[in-house]
Design a protein around this ligand. Structure first.
Ligand SMILES: NC(=O)c1ccc[n+]([C@@H]2O[C@H](COP(=O)([O-])OP(=O)(O)OC[C@H]3O[C@@H](n4cnc5c(N)ncnc54)[C@H](OP(=O)(O)O)[C@@H]3O)[C@@H](O)[C@H]2O)c1
Length: 327
């Protein structure tokens, strides 16, 4: 099996990441964390560990900090767990407080303050990976470099990465940073399949690109050994059993095709939709957002399915999801 960029750097060999945005109850900060939220987190982590998931994705904003708080409770109850897993979190988004709008903030002060909050909520001394969540148009590489240098020197963060960024933005920030970025996390799935488009539609094609995936992103990440992580990889269940009143014809056909391949291979539809991403030579690492233990376990076979998925199956799924033939 080909090594993932994070594996080559000795950071993680977890083929899947458990996305923790679903933990911690509601997004309303007035709703307290309850014992049932903590139990939900314990069960999700237990299910994830049982299928070999050792990497966990957070952000300071998830459930306005409550996702990290409940995860911190799980770590408190199982102190040896911290050294067995890789924890990633993100900074840089201010959620709206009802007065000011949602906005981004990559200032040194905000980054340092946010990381302290993350470490306190998780009850850990360090983060394995810190990502800048969404590009801040006001970002200044030198200021970010100062923050990252302090975080590295104080042992609070071991590795840095980004999310939702283009090659140009990564090159811009990287120019001031001593350490290479190790991750770029992007929305990618059979529903959000547009990351394939720039590679096939930019030359001699009249087709409009429906989505804003920058040209050369997939190639750049591979050349720079940056781990591509896919958020939203299950498409919220659209191709793996979730009922929907507004599914398009292409989506319905694709869901049926996913089920057919799953049946033929005696596996789950979750494994097939994840395998479709993981078959790509970039060794995409899906960040699954389910916190339902049964659904987490349904993802177990994804890496094996990626190994055995044929080119024909991969393209058939792509064409079905696109709803139009390849040029
Ligand atoms: N970097 C970014 O900007 C960014 C943005 C968003 C998310 N993320 C990260 O990526 C992770 C995954 O994102 P995501 O949650 O959007 O994506 P996802 O993995 O595609 O979807 C997970 C959601 O879909 C539901 N779901 C999945 N299969 C289902 C089915 N068959 N029937 C009913 N519901 C089903 C899950 O509910 P159950 O829990 O009930 O299974 C869960 O709410 C997040 O947890 C977070 O860590 C990052």
């Amino acid at each position: 099996m080909k090594m993932m960029p994070l594996e080559r750097r000795g950071i993680s060999n977890s083929r899947l990441v458990l996305g923790c945005m679903g933990l911690g109850g509601s997004w309303n900060s007035a709703d307290p964390v309850t014992s049932s939220h903590i139990r939900q987190a314990e069960e999700a982590v237990e299910a994830a560990l049982s299928i070999g998931i050792t990497m966990y994705d957070h952000a300071d904003i998830y459930k306005r900090g409550k996702a990290e708080s409940v995860f911190g409770q799980v770590l408190k109850q199982q102190p040896r767990l911290r050294e067995q897993i890789v924890i990633q979190s993100k900074v840089g988004i201010h959620l709206s407080d009802g007065i000011l709008p949602q906005r981004y903030n990559f200032s040194k002060g905000h980054i340092l303050h946010s990381v302290d909050g993350i470490l306190e909520r998780l009850g850990t001394q360090y983060l394995d990976v810190l990502l800048l969540h969404r590009p801040d148009p006001l970002m200044e590489p030198d200021e970010i470099a100062e923050a990252f240098t302090m975080l590295k020197l104080t042992g609070k963060v071991r590795n840095f990465g980004v999310s939702n960024m283009s090659p140009g933005q990564i090159r811009f920030l990287q120019s001031a940073l001593p350490d290479p970025f190790v991750v770029n996390q992007l929305e990618m799935s059979l529903l959000r399949h547009h990351w394939v488009d720039p590679g096939i539609l930019h030359i001699n094609q009249k087709a409009d690109l429906k989505d804003s995936f920058p040209e050369g992103l997939m190639e750049f990440m591979q050349m720079e050994n940056i781990q591509i992580q896919a958020w939203g990889p299950l498409s919220q269940g659209r191709f793996s059993g979730k009922e929907s009143d507004n599914a398009t014809e292409a989506e319905m056909k694709t869901a049926a095709l996913v089920q057919q391949i799953a049946d033929e291979n005696e596996t789950t539809p979750e494994a097939i939709v994840l395998a479709w991403l993981m078959k790509h030579p970039a060794c995409i690492q899906p960040v699954i957002g389910t916190v339902n233990p049964k659904r987490i376990i349904a993802c177990k076979d994804a890496a094996r399915q990626a190994e055995i998925m044929t080119r024909e199956q991969w393209y058939t799924l792509l064409v079905s999801a696109r709803g139009v033939n390849m040029p």
